[in-house]
Ligand binder design. Structure first.
Ligand SMILES: [Zn+2]
Length: 64
């Protein structure tokens, strides 16, 4: 075992980290897009389902 890593290992590791982060961020972005889906309610910030806010729409239904 030598002292420190050969430069090629540093390059390989930094590339692995770079692509690892890119894949991780890409997946996370996709997950957020999927979870957000139709969007977020501007009033309460909850997830829109079936083009309706489950909280604000519930209030509306309560009024009716
Ligand atoms: Zn809402």
């Amino acid at each position: 075992m030598g002292v420190g890593l050969p430069p090629i290992y540093a390059i390989v590791i930094s590339l692995a980290i770079y692509f690892g982060i890119r894949i991780f961020v890409g997946r996370r972005k996709k997950m957020i897009e999927e979870s957000v889906g139709e969007g977020i309610c501007v009033k309460c910030g909850s997830k829109i389902e079936n083009k309706k806010c489950p909280i604000c729409d519930r209030k509306k239904l309560g009024n009716v």
